[in-house]
Design a protein around this ligand. Structure first.
Ligand SMILES: *[C@@H]1O[C@H](CO)[C@@H](O)[C@H](O)[C@H]1NC(C)=O
Ligand SMILES: *[C@@H]1O[C@H](CO)[C@@H](O)[C@H](O)[C@H]1NC(C)=O
Ligand SMILES: *[C@@H]1O[C@H](CO)[C@@H](O)[C@H](O)[C@H]1NC(C)=O
Ligand SMILES: *[C@@H]1O[C@H](CO)[C@@H](O)[C@H](O)[C@H]1NC(C)=O
Ligand SMILES: *[C@@H]1O[C@H](CO)[C@@H](O)[C@H](O)[C@H]1NC(C)=O
Ligand SMILES: *[C@@H]1O[C@H](CO)[C@@H](O)[C@H](O)[C@H]1NC(C)=O
Length: 349
């Protein structure tokens, strides 16, 4: 799907060809995000992964899709009515298509989970010899995705959760820089998007180097949610240039959830933040680990690496409390006992 009126500058790193002497050339990676295929963060990460010799593809939304979580929205029309983010795709272009300068870079007019699936289920099987995808990386998002709140909210993390559920190891990255068009973004080594790309690629390199084979990159049902600190040109201290990873957890004292705020003067609603015993509680995993919300904001030049699972069932000792039918006293028994209507299978909800 090429269209001649789309002129995008060649990325310098496209010149690095894959070759059989590079041990990474047999590892296929899909890059996606929610800030669109034209954002500086994703283009920089794509380039950096290519420099390492990976077989990299980008399948990312045509336009900004922040806050769409794991929703699976597909194109509604055959052609783009508003064009691509930052004018990167002309109005009227097909709802999916390829960068004129790189046949591994594609946009899709849908949410991140859908754009990634366009790669997995359409483009790679049909156009790229049905290559096996070893890893999905999503981001880096323009803004942190911290705390358990993000698992339903973040489009970046939504694509990661979806990939993990498909049995593909996946990492979501989020940073703290702003929305920028890649073609106009700084090429300085001190630009946050370039520092983020290096840090994110470093974590991929570690996983790949330590894996025995494809199946040991990450365990089934397990993904990573990584938040990158303020760095380079968005770091007020000017100190953070080489980001170090540290294991963290999503819950903890600094983990927030959203609430609704109402302004009496303007009569407007806006999202506010709160926390609760539930947002702080460690019910799963290693409770010794520090809280990612604290680490990324206050610990300096560390990337928080939280290990997540798509098995959302509560752990047994917590779930045991829910066996209300066998117990006399519970604080949270439902007030109404209804009956379950028959479930009609539908892929949409
Ligand atoms: C092949 O990959 C190796 C290892 O990364 C690199 O040193 C070499 O320059 C590459 N060769 C070509 C022709 O790209
Ligand atoms: C990118 O830079 C060009 C040339 O300065 C300018 O015309 C264009 O509006 C900029 N695009 C964006 C999205 O900032
Ligand atoms: C819409 O996209 C299709 C390809 O999907 C293309 O053939 C057609 O020309 C486009 N229509 C318009 C009005 O641009
Ligand atoms: C791609 O490979 C998968 C797994 O081996 C297989 O199930 C599928 O049929 C293949 N699809 C195509 C289009 O060849
Ligand atoms: C790629 O090949 C190397 C050996 O060169 C092997 O160790 C590694 O497991 C392979 N990776 C994948 C994803 O198959
Ligand atoms: C409500 O909105 C007004 C006007 O924007 C602002 O000045 C005021 O600080 C807001 N009040 C609160 C409690 O946020």
């Amino acid at each position: 799907m090429k269209f001649s009126n789309l002129a995008l500058p060649l990325l310098a790193s496209c010149a690095v060809a894959q070759n059989s002497t590079n041990p990474n050339s047999n590892t296929t990676i899909i890059v996606t995000n929610d800030d669109s295929w034209a954002s500086a963060n994703i283009r920089s990460l794509y380039s950096e992964l290519k420099k390492e010799g990976y077989n990299v593809f980008m399948f990312a939304p045509a336009v900004q899709q922040s806050g769409t979580g794991g929703t699976f929205n597909l194109p509604r029309a055959a052609n783009l009515t508003k064009g691509g983010e930052f004018g990167s795709i002309p109005v009227g272009a097909p709802n999916w298509g390829q960068d004129d300068n790189d046949d591994h870079i594609w946009y899709f007019d849908g949410t991140p989970a859908a754009a990634m699936s366009f790669g997995l289920d359409y483009a790679i099987p049909r156009l790229f010899n049905n290559a096996t995808v070893d890893l999905v990386v999503s981001g880096p998002n323009e803004g942190w995705n911290i705390g358990p709140n993000i698992y339903t909210m973040s489009g970046t993390n939504g694509a990661m959760y979806m990939a993990v559920l498909r049995g593909i190891p996946a990492i979501a990255y989020s940073g703290m820089n702003s929305h920028q068009y890649y073609a106009n973004a700084s090429t300085s080594d001190n630009a946050a998007h370039n520092i983020y790309a290096k840090a994110a690629t470093g974590i991929v390199n570690n996983l790949v180097k330590n894996a025995k084979d494809r199946a040991t990159l990450l365990p089934y049902g397990v993904g990573l949610s990584v938040n990158l600190p303020r760095a380079g040109d968005v770091d007020p201290t000017g100190q953070c240039k080489e980001i170090k990873p540290i294991f963290t957890r999503q819950t903890g004292p600094a983990a927030i959830v959203l609430k609704l705020s109402y302004n009496e003067t303007t009569n407007r609603f806006s999202p506010g933040i709160t926390n609760s015993e539930a947002s702080k509680a460690c019910l799963n995993g290693d409770c010794i680990l520090p809280d990612e919300s604290d680490v990324v904001a206050n610990w300096g030049c560390y990337a928080s690496v939280s290990v997540i699972t798509t098995d959302y069932d509560a752990p047994r000792d917590v779930a045991g409390e829910v066996q209300f039918l066998n117990r006399g006293e519970v604080k949270f028994a439902p007030r109404v006992y209804g009956s379950f209507a028959p479930v009609e299978a539908s892929p949409y909800f």
